[in-house]
Design a protein around this ligand. Structure first.
Ligand code: SF4
Ligand code: SF4
Length: 242
């Protein structure tokens, strides 16, 4: 058959090649052609055999496959040792000395660059279509990271309401507003006023609002703050297995 078309898009279905599994292995497959597993432990139907990633869940992202690998490792440890190895998460918060806090120059203006791709005529079989960045470009692209594990922390107890932080913020994401103008339940307003011993009739409470989605972690607000009421702090997540 011959058809006149404007463009052709190749849609490639992908599925794992599980031909290496035989009936004697005792590993059942699903009707979708993936390995049947317990989604909690990642145990297959064969004792002591575990599976994850696309082979068990179908097409997913690499990060999930890595997480599956960690979960399966825990299950294997439990299987071999007979003892449960539940992970525990510890969070530490580290205040960064503001003189040490520095983002790469003009990082907020860097644009995302997609990797180059090879010519259509060379895309055969499972050839990778995207080429890799060279080292310099990889470093430049990594500089676009907004360091979301670092955030501004505000201490209202030592804030002198000078407004410098809001003035200097390049993204205009900090705003000092009277509590009366904040759209929040009245009972919560009362709790806030009471906690500072403020009489709503005669005095006013100012609230600092921050649009976290607009913050680029430049640190200028913390640099400008005269009292260290605004600081940059790093959250570290450490997973340990007992
Ligand atoms: S870190 Fe930068 S963008 Fe974020 S609130 Fe402070 S000044 Fe604004
Ligand atoms: S710069 Fe510091 S002291 Fe001044 S308003 Fe901002 S947080 Fe408060």
């Amino acid at each position: 058959m011959q058809l006149d078309v404007d463009s052709v898009i190749l849609a490639i279905g992908q599925q794992p090649d599980l031909d290496f599994i035989s009936d004697s292995d005792g590993i059942e497959l699903t009707r979708g052609g993936t390995i049947k597993i317990d989604p909690e432990t990642l145990a297959t139907t064969a004792p002591g055999v575990y599976a994850g990633g696309d082979a068990a869940f179908g097409p997913r992202i690499l990060i999930e496959a890595v997480a599956n690998g960690k979960n399966a490792a825990r299950s294997i440890d439990t299987f071999l040792s007979g003892e449960s190895s539940a992970p525990s998460m510890r969070v530490t918060i580290e205040k960064i000395p503001i003189d040490d806090y520095k983002m790469p120059s003009a990082y907020e203006k860097l644009t995302r660059k997609s990797p180059d791709t090879i010519d259509v005529g060379r895309r055969t079989g499972i050839t990778e279509v995207e080429t890799i960045f060279d080292e310099a470009e990889a470093i430049k692209q990594a500089e676009r990271c907004l360091s979301c594990h670092i955030d501004t922390i505000y201490d209202p107890e030592i804030c002198v309401l000078c407004g410098r932080c809001a003035d200097v913020c390049p993204e205009k994401c900090l705003h000092f507003v009277p509590i009366d103008e904040v759209d929040m339940p009245e009972d919560q307003k009362k709790i806030a006023l009471d906690s500072y011993g403020i009489d709503a009739e005669s005095d006013q409470l100012t609230v600092l609002l921050k649009d976290d989605t607009a913050c680029i972690r430049c640190g200028l607000c913390a640099q400008r703050c005269p009292t260290e009421a605004m600081t940059m702090e790093r959250f570290n997540f450490v997973e340990t297995v007992e």
